[in-house]
Design a binder for this molecule. Sequence first.
Ligand code: F6P
Length: 546
Amino acid sequence: MALPAINPTTTNAWKLLQQHFNDVQHTEIKSLFAEDPQRATTFTILWNDFVVDYSKHRISSETMQLLLQLTDQCGLSSAIQAYFSGEVINQTEGRAVLHTALRADPRDTILVDGRDIMKDIAEVKEKMKTFSDAVISGELRGYSGKAFTDIVNIGIGGSDLGPVMVTEALQFYKNHLQLHYISNVDGDHVYETLKRLNPETTLFVVVSKTFTTQETLSNAITIKNWFLRYTTEVEVSKHFVAVSTNLEKITEFGISDNNVFPMWDWVGGRFSLWSAVGLSISLGVGFDNFEKLLEGAHAMDVHFKTTPPSENIPVILALLSVWYNNFYGAESQVVIPYTQYLHRFSAYLQQGIMESNGKSIDRNGERVSYETGNLIWGEPGTNSQHAFFQLIHQGTKLIPADFIGFVKPLHGDMSHHNKLMANFFAQTEALMNGKSAEQVRSELEGKMSDVDLEKLLPFKVFEGNKPTTTFLIDKLTPHNLGALIAMYEHKIFVEGVVWNVFSYDQWGVELGKQLATNILNDIEGSFIGKHDASTEQLLKVFKENS
Ligand code: F6P
């Protein structure tokens, strides 16, 4: 069963939403609170350790009803069915999308081409556990007999961003192994990292779904050559393991079958941290914690699959996103985690969200006539408050914001945590309420002349009415992190269903890769081929001076 292919703008719900938007677009969120004492509870979902408060949005019950009708008319429930049951919903690549199977109950049966993939998943997980345990305990050792001290993950995109984000997020749960991530083809990245490594005690995990990615292969070759400066080819098998679907290419690279952790083409790169791509996570925090991460994601999967849309967190988040993107014309969304541990979270989401829904051709192969994927950005609070919050508060752009905070700190120092969380709560309140001219005037009265006051006043006014969603989560545990990531994954899915795009391909990254291959020939060859005048001129300068 294919995903439905419905142009959302042709639905009755879209037309009603357009009329509704015309009527309510200037409504102030704070006046909605004044009118309805129940508003905070009405627009809050309590789920496990999560409080998701979306009451500080420019929405009413009518808005939500119309948005929910939209998902209905876009065929969301049959799409969810197709997603979880392994239908080929990544149609342009002819693949199922089953990262959810990686964290499913092992007793389930999930078929791909008639084969129960749950058995394959269980085998790989077992191999990850045995391997991680042996490396962590020091039972598995390097070529000189010393235990491993450092792990290097070599991969890019989904083969890097997920593992690095999670291992940073779970620093608190980390063991003694030092993790390093090499992704960029820029030699600065690999050579700077190698400076800090001892070949005798370093384990390299080469992660590439395709095993054809230029960056990863170049880095892996450079590292292997560096390693061979210290020892011989036979020792490679003690220090290099690979995660990939491409066994042939792994063998060509010189990694033995024993050292391969398979993955499958029904796992998209940007959704792959739950597979053996998460090997570095399992090495860094132990397999038990990796499993807790999977369990948390599974809990969110169950919530998403079984909860009515009006109480379904990913559905609600996606609908808010559609509301601002398609009706208010908001181009970006910001994600602000109030924990330093999540400092790579926005970078991770950028791939997930923008590679998935940054599409302009719909599922009928037609150019869309409406906006699709958002720009995603963000940095942890409170640092971001001192960087870009000025623009969110007083700039001309509407930027819906996700605020993610935790009730309990991991370090236990409540004096720091209370200050952090005071900022967390203050910002969403300030963004909504703003500061009126009257408030500014009464603050400034008596402190300067009336003339000066009136001159300064407009600069100190905050319009407010800036929408935010607050996620207040009990604690940053592996389980809750898994649920948080899965929540965004399903939000992406719902948005893609509504926008009628194929969220699981990424043809848009291919053109640059192809041109780079041609240009590399120009750079390394004896003459420069045909390009536009600008590129030719730049290549000439580079070749003559490099
Ligand atoms: O950037 C495109 C992309 O294909 C991503 O989707 C993927 O995560 C990344 O490259 C890395 O690919 P691979 O794991 O095959 O090396």
